[in-house]
Design a protein around this ligand. Structure first.
Ligand code: NAD
Ligand code: MG
Length: 383
């Protein structure tokens, strides 16, 4: 039995992870779940799935959560510090990092330091501090198993290829809801439009990141760290059907791809059971119903974030941390209707230009740099 902790259990990946775990009761035991704002759902999940520990990041939700679970034997904690401690408990084998944003960094570090394998959905952790995370994973001999569908696809293609270096990877992107919009049209799109993703149902932040292509930029950086690649080895391909989840090209020119219907439960399950494949009843690809699989180059003139991500990756150091912090601030402002869609990229660019470069940041440097970039982006929004 693998004992699992799910950070961000109330979100899109978190709820799907709970569903997956409950379908294989002989394989998994749920040890802990965490949430942030939606303590009602967290309480309901605790009742349904009976973990031993529940932790809510937002401390102001501690009392109502505790009260709601007062008739249950479950332990209830609150605050980020508690989450960072909880992941180190000896009873946990694997931590699923399904919380959104920079908040995932500290608990991921703590979990790795305690020797827990990581099923990583929280890509922001690798964007902000990929070098540090990879060093720690090496040092503590933990596996980082990708949950992101593209990275899971690449990971699946690499199984059995340990001795064969990667020539390059093709990271596929749906292109999001604005793939065919002109630059002029992008000026006027709303958050409500951006939240309607054509192929995937996800949390609000990653849905906006998908519409702005920042998600793909983050995934490029994520791939660099997970698979040890450089910028020239990573090519983004817009593939609107979201059937080919990504591909690997080897030295002999052979290309391996992983295909499937857009369903996150499969990459979640694979990360939890690797290297085993389990029986599932998930929808199968019906090749005769797919009229075509198409691929096009991304347009970094309309979707500048993708170019910023490549730039930040090549600069290294704290540049991707700044990129992430500025992005979190502008996405929030866009969702609140305070800035337009294209302004998000403008503010990210200005923030990146105005922050001091650090070539080999420590954890403390990342914390400071994140805070500083957030302040700067916020000031630019209010200007
Ligand atoms: P979501 O918004 O649906 O859920 C986010 C979860 O994080 C919630 O449980 C929330 O309570 C928790 N959370 C939010 N802020 C927090 C904070 N400050 N401290 C602690 N916990 C906090 O997001 P999601 O779509 O499930 O995405 C989660 C992560 O997985 C993101 O990093 C995203 O990029 C990645 N991811 C998601 C998908 C997807 O299909 N949804 C696919 C690939 C990768
Ligand atoms: Mg993805």
């Amino acid at each position: 039995m693998k004992k699992i902790a799910i950070l961000g259990a109330t979100g899109s990946i978190g709820t799907q992870t709970l569903e997956v775990i409950s379908q294989y009761p002989d394989m998994f035991e749920l040890y802990a779940i965490t949430g942030n704002d939606n303590w009602q759902l967290l309480a309901q999940q605790a009742r349904q799935y009976q973990p031993e520990v529940v932790c809510v990041a937002n401390e102001s939700n501690y009392l109502p959560l505790k009260e709601a679970l007062s008739d249950m034997p479950v332990k209830v904690y609150a605050g980020m510090e508690s989450i960072a401690q909880m992941v180190q408990m000896s009873t946990i084998d694997m931590v699923v990092t399904a919380m959104v944003g920079y908040a995932g960094l500290l608990p991921t570090i703590k979990a790795i330091e305690a020797g827990k394998d990581i099923a990583l959905a929280n890509k922001e952790t690798l964007v902000v501090a990929g070098e540090l995370i990879c060093e720690l994973a090496d040092k503590y001999k933990v596996k980082i198993l990708p949950v992101d569908s593209e990275h899971s696809a690449i990971f699946q293609c690499l199984t059995g290829e340990q001795l064969n270096p990667i020539e390059k990877i093709y990271l596929t992107a749906s292109g999001g809801p604005f793939r065919t919009f002109s630059y002029e049209e992008l000026k006027h799109v709303t958050a409500a439009q951006a939240l309607r993703h054509p192929n995937w149902t996800m949390g609000a932040k990653i849905t906006i990141d998908s519409a702005s292509m920042m998600n793909k930029g983050f995934e490029v950086i994520e791939a660099k760290w997970l698979f040890g690649l450089n910028a020239q080895q990573i090519e983004v391909l817009v593939h609107p059907q979201s059937i080919v989840h990504s591909m690997v090209q080897f030295a002999d020119g052979a290309v391996k791809a992983q295909l499937g219907t857009p369903d996150m439960r499969l990459p979640i399950l694979y990360a939890l059971t690797y290297p085993r494949r389990m029986q599932t009843n998930y929808e199968r690809v019906d090749f005769l119903k797919i009229s075509s699989l198409t691929f096009e180059a991304p347009d970094t003139k309309r979707f500048r974030n993708l170019a910023f991500a490549f730039e930040a990756m090549e600069r290294g150091g704290n540049a991707p941390c700044v990129l992430n912090a500025a992005n979190e601030v502008v996405v929030k402002a866009f969702l609140q209707g305070k800035i337009g869609f294209l302004q998000m990229s403008d503010i990210i660019e200005d923030t990146m230009q105005q922050t001091e470069f650090l070539s080999s940041p420590s954890y403390e440097d990342y914390v400071q740099c994140d805070a500083m970039a957030r302040r700067m982006a916020q000031q630019l929004i209010e200007k």
